[in-house]
Design a protein around this ligand. Structure first.
Ligand code: GLC
Length: 657
C-alpha cells in the first residue's frame, strides 16, 4: 500500500542506511520492504509511536532486516522465491512432522543425522528439534530458559553440527523447525546478568520493580502457570534487590515488549535462525507477550500486534520461513494467532490445535464424541493460507482447555466432568487403566492438567503389567485411531517422538534433582533403540504401531483431499461413539473422503441416512483407503469395529485415489 507518511519515512531511512547496506544488491529486499513498509510502520507506530526515539528505532529495525538479508545465503534466498510462487506449499497433505528432544532421541546432533533414515522410513518430513540452545546446567524447563540465543548447547553439539544436520535434512526434503523462546530468557542470559549488575538499559528489557506494589496489582488477575513448583508471577532477585516478573519458573524472566529494543533484538534472533536454515520457527508462549495490570496478561491485543510485526518483518528478509504459534489458550483465542487476515494482518501460518488434542482425549475417556463434536463446532473458522498443527501428545501436559459451555451442551456438569477426566487419566477412576499423573494442580482453583506418555495413557503400561492381551490390543488400536484422526483432519500432523513405537512412561526423571518436580519429563523419554528395532519383528507391539502409522502416513500423502484448504465438513450422526467428517476434494468431489472413527470398545454402526441426501449417494459403495478393504455394510448401516477407523472413498468408477 502507498501512503505518503510512511513512504517519505522510508525514503529518509534509505538515505540514512550505512554505506555497506546501500552498496549491496538488495533488489528483492527493497521490493518486499516497499510492499510491507506501510504495515511495518503502522504497527511499529501503534506500539512505540509515543517515544522520542521512535524514528531512530525504526531505522534500527530496517538495518536489522537489511543486515540479515545480506547474511542470508543464496540457496535460502532461492527457496524464498520458490515459496513465494507456491505460497500454499505448506498446506499440502505431503507434510508429516515429529517433535523430539535431540538428547532423548539419539543423544546429540551428530548422531541425529544417522537416524534421519529412521524418520524417513516412517514418512516424517518435518522435524521440530526441541530447544537446543545454551541454557542453565541445572533446571532449564527443558531448554525453554535460554541463556544464549545464538549458541547451541554444548551437551547436544555445536553450531556446525546443527548446520550440517540441517543440510542433510534439506537434501532429504525434511523441513527443520526450531524454537525461538520469545517471551522470556533464563536468568543466566547476558541481558539478565547485566540487569542484575544494575545496568538500567538491561533492566528495561524486563519487568523489574522495587517493591511489591505493582506486582501485587498484577497478581490480582494473573493465573499461575506452575502453581506447585513456581507459585506467583514474580521473583525476588537478591543481587538486584528488586522483583522481576517470572510467569513460568523463577529462573525464566519475562521480556518487556513495550521496549522497542527488545522487539528488535528478538526479531534479529528470529532472522538469525532463519538464516541458519530453519524452515519453520516455533514461537514459544506467544499468548504472554504483553502484560497489562488488571488482565490475565494473556492474549492482549498488543501481543497480536507484535506477532503481526514480526511476520511482516520476516517476510521482508526471509519470506519462505513459517511461524508456528504456541498458544495453548481458550479455543476462541487460539485461532486469533493466525491473524485477522491472510494478507494484511497475518501472524503465524501454523498454530497448535490444542483444543482438538484435548477433545480427542475426552473422547478416549468417555468413549463417545459428544464433546468432541461440540468443541469442534465451536472452534472459530480459521483463515485461508493458515493451518493447524494437529497432535495427540507433545512434550507438555494435557490441559483440559475446552469451554465449560460446550461441556454443558454435551450434557455434562463442567466441574464434575473435568474431575472425571483427571481421575480417568490418572487411573483413579474404577474403570480406567490409564497411567497418567496430575500436573500443575492448583489447590485454590481445583484445576489440574495431565502428564503421561500416549501409550501409558491409553492403557498399554497397565495392560503389559497385567499380561492382558486384549487390553494390549485395545491400546494399540487406540494409538492408531487417534493418529488416524490427526492425519485426516486437515493440518500438519505432529507426532511426539517415541509414540511411534509405543513408548511407556519413563520414570527415570525422578532420580534427577532438576527434573523430579516436573512430571512432564515422564513423557520425554530416552529412546531405546533396541526396542525400536523390534519394529521389524512381525507381531511385536512396536511393529504393529510403527507399521500402522507408516502405512497411514503413506496413504495420507496420496490423498489430495487431505490437504488443508478448509475443506472439511463435520457430520453429526446419531451414533455418539462415532466421529465422522468429510474431506472434500477441491476439484474432484468424487474423490472426497469420508472419515469414520469409532471411539468405543464395542462395534458400532453408522446409519448412512445420517449423512444427509447431499453426501449419502456418493458413499453407497465404499472402500477404505487405509486397509484397502470394503467394510461390511448391512442395508444402509456401515459396521465399524471397536476403535477402528475408515478413510472411505466412493467405489464409483470416477474415484481414482
Ligand atoms: C511453552 C513450552 C513449555 C514451557 C513454556 C515456558 O509452553 O511448550 O514446555 O514450559 O513454554 O517456556
Amino acid at each position: 500500500m502507498y501512503e505518503q507518511i510512511s513512504h517519505s519515512l522510508l525514503n529518509e531511512i534509505l538515505d540514512e542506511l550505512k554505506p555497506h547496506i546501500r552498496r549491496r544488491d538488495l533488489r528483492h529486499f527493497y521490493t518486499r520492504l516497499g510492499a510491507n513498509f506501510y504495515a511495518i510502520h503502522s504497527l511499529f507506530h501503534l506500539l512505540y509511536g509515543n517515544r522520542d526515539d521512535f524514528k531512530a528505532k525504526m531505522l534500527n529495525l530496517v538495518e536489522v532486516m537489511a543486515n540479515q538479508y545480506i547474511q542470508r545465503n543464496d540457496e535460502l534466498k532461492q527457496l524464498d522465491v520458490e515459496r513465494e510462487k507456491d505460497h500454499n506449499w505448506f498446506l499440502s497433505q505431503k507434510w508429516v512432522g515429529m517433535a523430539l528432544y535431540t538428547e532423548g532421541f539419539t543423544g546429540n546432533l551428530v548422531s541425529m543425522k544417522s537416524r534421519l533414515s529412521y524418520l524417513q522410513e516412517l514418512g516424517i518430513n518435518m522435524v521440530h528439534l526441541m530447544p537446543i540452545l545454551d541454557c542453565p546446567q541445572g533446571a532449564s524447563d527443558g531448554g525453554y530458559a535460554v541463556s544464549n540465543f545464538r549458541n547451541v548447547d554444548g551437551r547436544v553439539g555445536s553450531m556446525e553440527d546443527l548446520e550440517s544436520l540441517g543440510a542433510s535434512m534439506r537434501k532429504r526434503d525434511i523441513l527443520l523447525a526450531l524454537d525461538v523462546v520469545v517471551n522470556h530468557t533464563s536468568n543466566e542470559h547476558e541481558w539478565a546478568q547485566k540487569a542484575q549488575t544494575g545496568d538500567p538499559k538491561y533492566q528495561d528489557y524486563y519487568h523489574v520493580f522495587d517493591n511489591r506494589d505493582i506486582p501485587d496489582m498484577f497478581e490480582e488477575t494473573m493465573p499461575e502457570i506452575f502453581p506447585e513448583t513456581a507459585p506467583g508471577n514474580f521473583t525476588w532477585d537478591e543481587t538486584m534487590e528488586k522483583w522481576v516478573m517470572t510467569v513460568f519458573n523463577h529462573y525464566q524472566w519475562d521480556l518487556d515488549y513495550s521496549n522497542p529494543t527488545v522487539f528488535i533484538e528478538m526479531l534479529d534472533i528470529i532472522l538469525f535462525w532463519a538464516n541458519k536454515g530453519a524452515d519453520i520457527v516455533r514461537l514459544d508462549a506467544v499468548a504472554f507477550l504483553w502484560k497489562k495490570i488488571g488482565t490475565t496478561c494473556q492474549n492482549e491485543r498488543e501481543a497480536h500486534l507484535i506477532l503481526q510485526l514480526m511476520k511482516d518483518c520476516c517476510q521482508v528478509t526471509a519470506p519462505g520461513v513459517l511461524f508456528i504459534a504456541e498458544a495453548i489458550v481458550a479455543p476462541v483465542e487460539i485461532t486469533k494467532y493466525f491473524g485477522e487476515d491472510a494478507v494484511i494482518a497475518k501472524e503465524c501460518e501454523i498454530a497448535y490445535n490444542a483444543t482438538f488434542m484435548a477433545l480427542l482425549w475426552d473422547a478416549v475417556a468417555t468413549r463417545n464424541t459428544l464433546l468432541l463434536n461440540r468443541g469442534i463446532k465451536s472452534l472459530p473458522e480459521k483463515l485461508d493460507r493458515a493451518t493447524w498443527l494437529n497432535y495427540v501428545r507433545c512434550h507438555d501436559d494435557i490441559g483440559l482447555g475446552f469451554d465449560d459451555r460446550d461441556i454443558l451442551l454435551a450434557g455434562y456438569d463442567p466441574q464434575a466432568h473435568r474431575r472425571f477426566l483427571i481421575d480417568y487419566f490418572t487411573g483413579a477412576y474404577v474403570d480406567s487403566i490409564a497411567r497418567g499423573f496430575p500436573f500443575g494442580q492448583n489447590k485454590k482453583t481445583g484445576d489440574a492438567r495431565i502428564s503421561g506418555s500416549l501409550a501409558s495413557l491409553v492403557g498399554l503400561e497397565a495392560a503389559l503389567a497385567q499380561g492382558d492381551q486384549e487390553a494390549i490390543d485395545r491400546a494399540i488400536k487406540l494409538i492408531l485411531l487417534l493418529h488416524s484422526v490427526i492425519f485426516s483432519f486437515g493440518g500438519i500432523p505432529l507426532l511426539h517422538y517415541g509414540d511411534e513405537i509405543g513408548t511407556l512412561n519413563d520414570y527415570s526423571f525422578l532420580q534427577d534433582e532438576h527434573k523430579k518436580d516436573d512430571n512432564r519429563w515422564i513423557h520425554r523419554p530416552k529412546i531405546d533403540w533396541k526396542k525400536a528395532q523390534l519394529r521389524q519383528q512381525h507381531g511385536s507391539i512396536e511393529q504393529r504401531i510403527f507399521d500402522g502409522l507408516k502405512r497411514m502416513i503413506a496413504t495420507r500423502k496420496r490423498i489430495p483431499a487431505f490437504a488443508d484448504f478448509n475443506n472439511r465438513e463435520l457430520l453429526e450422526v446419531t451414533n455418539s461413539h462415532l466421529f465422522v467428517f468429510q474431506r472434500i476434494h477441491p476439484e474432484q468431489p468424487t474423490n472426497s473422503i469420508l472419515v469414520v472413527a469409532n471411539f468405543d470398545a464395542n462395534p458400532q454402526y453408522l446409519d448412512m441416512h445420517d449423512l444427509g441426501g447431499h453426501i449419502r449417494p456418493q458413499y453407497s459403495q465404499v472402500r477404505d483407503l487405509y486397509s484397502g478393504e470394503s467394510p461390511a455394510m448391512f442395508k444402509k448401516q456401515l459396521v465399524v469395529p471397536p476403535y477402528r477407523f475408515y478413510w472411505l472413498i466412493s467405489q464409483q468408477p470416477e474415484a481414482v485415489v
